[in-house]
Write a protein that binds this ligand. Sequence first.
Ligand SMILES: [Cu+2]
Length: 496
Amino acid sequence: MKQPFYFTNSCKVIAFALIASASFLSCDKKDEKHNAEYYENITVEGQKEAELTAPPFVPKPVGDRAATKLVVNMEIKEIEGEMVDGVKYNYWTFGGSVPGSFIRTRVGDEVEFHLKNHPDNKMPHNIDLHAVTGPGGGATSSLVAPGHEKVFNFKTLNPGLYVYHCATAPVGMHIANGMYGLILVEPEGGLPPVDKEYYIMQGDFYTKGSYGEQGSQPFDMNKAIKEQPDYVVFNGKVGAVAGDNAITAKVGETVRIFIGNGGPNLVSSFHVIGEIFDKVHIEGGEKINENVQTTLIPSGGSAIVEFKVDVPGTFILVDHSIFRAFNKGALGMLKVEGVENKKIYSGTTQEGIYLPEGGTIQNMPKENGAAKSTTAKTVPEQIKSGKELFGRTCFACHQPEGQGVPNAFPPLAKSDFLNANPDRAIGAVLHGLSGEITVNGKKFNNVMTSQNLTDEEVADVLTYVYNSWGNNKTVITPAKVKAIRAKPAPKPVSAH
Ligand SMILES: [Cu+2]
């Protein structure tokens, strides 16, 4: 029963074929288990389109199919969803769900990844798959603007359960908005079959209002930096895996949960109240631990947990950092039907008990995020730190040379809009910008989110922009930014 999961059928066949020639021992662990180099050189047979599923479901197991060329068509969608009753949130998703579509491959597959950014989206995105051996896990080859598609190929070399996520600046914000999911690389011959398989990912969310505050709630960068989430949830929202949405099984069945943690900040102490994990693939890798109560899922990590359900009832899935479960949403349910087994458990079973206590969460005192300005920088110093900041925050949209992206992000290079009015440019970085604008004769009607920078950072980055790519060399001081910050935010700019 303690069968290593890389034990393959083909190995058994070889073992039987060779048993007469006393080579049985050649089928020991070392020979069964191939290394990354073996899979790098394995030839793929045929081509198929990958089945993608939304949580809590997973695609069909790979079974004993040969390595193949697997085409993944992943569409990024920015959609409004509900965090909890009456609370709207703007999610950024891989495939329309949080977590994103589950991708199921086997080791040695050659994956052709098509990343499509829906034309209605506002942001550029990319993808970093932890299953990829290569720069940025694919991120460097996949930055894609709205209405565009990027294609890249990779070979799966290591079996395991891997997180994927968006890695576009500001990375934390893209992940916090729901841009993560799981990709499974099954061993040769597949994982041992079980009765039920499910897909769950934990994530922490940061909103302007505190837990349950009604209406549309924007992302709160300051809370995210302080790692103080309002919501900690399974599958993107409170109750996504509870009540009518609970996962199910029958007494006697074996359940396997592919569990991941998108973060962006918290680690998860994953626990099922009233169950013991018979097996845990620790951190989603090859080592199997047995008889585990609570398993730690790092941010950007995973585990595969398996257990046989012996008695009926409702089993509660939690992050055992328990305030998160009862006050922030990290609570799911597994409903098990079947006959009771008084020998194992003699009590009454309870169904559907779920009392969110969200209203009781305490508010942390809000602090003023503006950092104190140190001694004044010279203009070259401002340009230097501004350049560095541009490379972290602005370039993802406005592009490395400020050239912009047609129909999506206006150019900052030789921008007449920028050069005409520095106060307006400061306002755009401080408060964000939306509505139709015309830059160098081309119309743009998109959204730039507010950038959450200090006065000094805004001054530096704009001074860099004004002193680059043929702009008019305006110098912006922190004092100037402070003065603009003190004024009320302007209404959306209209056509001019
Ligand atoms: Cu993104």
